[in-house]
Design a protein around this ligand. Sequence first.
Ligand SMILES: Nc1ncnc2c1ncn2[C@@H]1O[C@H](COP(=O)(O)OP(=O)(O)OP(=O)(O)O)[C@@H](O)[C@H]1O
Ligand SMILES: [Mg+2]
Length: 367
Amino acid sequence: MDKIHSTNNEASFKDDSEEHTKLIQHVKNSFYDIIIQNSLEAFFILDMHGNYIEVNEALCDMFGYSRKEMLTMTIMDTDIELPTKKAWLKQLNRIKTSNNQATRELRKVKNKDGSTLYFQTHNKCVSSPDLEQALFYCFGTNVTDLVKQRESLELLNRRCINAQEKERLRIARDLHDLLTQGLIVVRMEIISFLKQIEIQPFKIKMTEILGLIDQVLDDIQNISKELRPQNLDAFGLIKSIQLYVDDFEKHNKIKCRMKINNNSLLEMNITKEISITAYRILQEALLNIVRHSMATNVVVTISCKNDILRISINDNGCGMNSDVYRKKSSLGILGMYERVSLVSGKLMITSKPGKGTEVDPRNRTGS
Ligand SMILES: Nc1ncnc2c1ncn2[C@@H]1O[C@H](COP(=O)(O)OP(=O)(O)OP(=O)(O)O)[C@@H](O)[C@H]1O
Ligand SMILES: [Mg+2]
């Protein structure tokens, strides 16, 4: 009984294994048609010269060409950022040397109807020993809507930041034209009135009021300076940072030093957009140091290499975890990231509890 049972089992195992082999063979044979040709993702293969040697339906639909047309074309005909064979070979080399890893690329493609399409791709370059040529395999998804949405968001962001700058300028002007000038008139009236007062206690009180008015005038001037970086227009970015750092040390009793790694920076032409971005980030970083860090020492280091301007702001304070500055209610650091991304720059924030914080924006000078 046992024997019969085991023979049956063997037979069914054999059947199963034959079925399985057949199934695998079927998958292999139909793989290309089912996975590649019916895929909603676009797929193509290029040879080393950039010729399309295989394309699937999704790619043809996306680009607007027939399969026959596509197979007579090269990547230089479709890819806006690879207009020449030299550019293509450069990219191919980069992909070939990527340690056999698939690479990601956002491609900008010209459709048959002339419209532009954004195409997020995964690429891999495969060269087998029996093939003289390397082949370039690529899967891609149409992300035009996403890219357009991101562009509109960036535009909106840029407009918001510009509107914010204009509004700050208006408030600074009103503070100066209405409040400061009004208070100066009051101050002059008090001074002339003081001369006529003979009763000593009244004279003392009026002098005290004069002192209070002077204090308010100083406060208004400081608020104005924060709102409107007038120094930027008059002295340029580097000198303005120096003035700001000096002021910061004076008002906050935190030792703050500025280091310039390259003296030619003082004469460098830095665009207004980059200057205002760097200046606002410095303001926010220093304000954060006063509010949150308990630091006793700050170093602002300015350097420029290969046209990239770096302004690193280091404090020796309490530091923080990365999840702290990602909290949704905080706008300061978020605003720093938004500002640098609008000028295609980068922002690095390095911090650990107990180890201080470094805020390091890097932007092209744009000169
Ligand atoms: N230099 C620093 N040292 C220690 N902690 C810091 C430093 N800078 C920022 N932080 C932490 O990161 C958080 C986020 O900073 P962020 O500037 O985004 O917001 P905020 O200063 O709290 O508020 P605001 O939106 O007014 O700027 C702060 O609340 C603080 O906990
Ligand atoms: Mg802040």
